[in-house]
Design a protein around this ligand. Structure first.
Ligand SMILES: C[S@@+](CC[C@H](N)C(=O)[O-])C[C@H]1O[C@@H](n2cnc3c(N)ncnc32)[C@H](O)[C@@H]1O
Length: 120
């Protein structure tokens, strides 16, 4: 894991440029709104918030290697079931792990559709 540490409160206050660059990238994403998206290096969660606005039926795994950033993001999304905050370096995250979670989401959505179909 990285040895650099962040002051999440300060970053949150001064990160308007990063947020605006990230927003331009988010605008280019072709999202249906129900995906599971990995926000790698989520920082204090400001961009995660913008991402969630584009995912009304989706979920986000917000991952960061820094303890203070993770604490701030957990605080920001406390009680929001659409966000899972993970304290981990991206280099330690196995691709298989991402795949498993994605498949998990797909299963949940399939069950939801099956429940709806049974009600008709
Ligand atoms: C400049 S901040 C950007 C935060 C946020 N994405 C934003 O746009 O406001 C970079 C973040 O990436 C995280 N980071 C850097 N390398 C990482 C790695 N290998 N795995 C996970 N997080 C990492 C840092 O801890 C930091 O919170």
């Amino acid at each position: 894991m990285s040895t650099r540490t962040w002051d999440a409160a300060t970053y949150d206050r001064v990160s308007a440029p990063q947020v605006s660059w990230s927003e331009a990238i988010l605008d280019r994403l072709e999202l249906q709104g129900d995906e599971l998206v990995l926000d790698a290096g989520c920082g204090s969660g400001r961009v995660t918030e913008l991402l969630l606005q584009r995912l009304p039926k989706g979920r986000v795994i917000a991952l960061d290697a820094d303890a203070d950033m993770v604490r701030a993001t957990r605080e920001r999304f406390a009680g929001d079931p659409r966000v899972e905050v993970v304290h981990q370096s991206l280099s330690e995250m196995e691709l298989a792990e991402v795949r498993e979670r994605r498949d998990g989401l797909k299963t949940e959505l399939q069950e939801l559709w099956a429940r709806r179909a049974n009600r008709c």
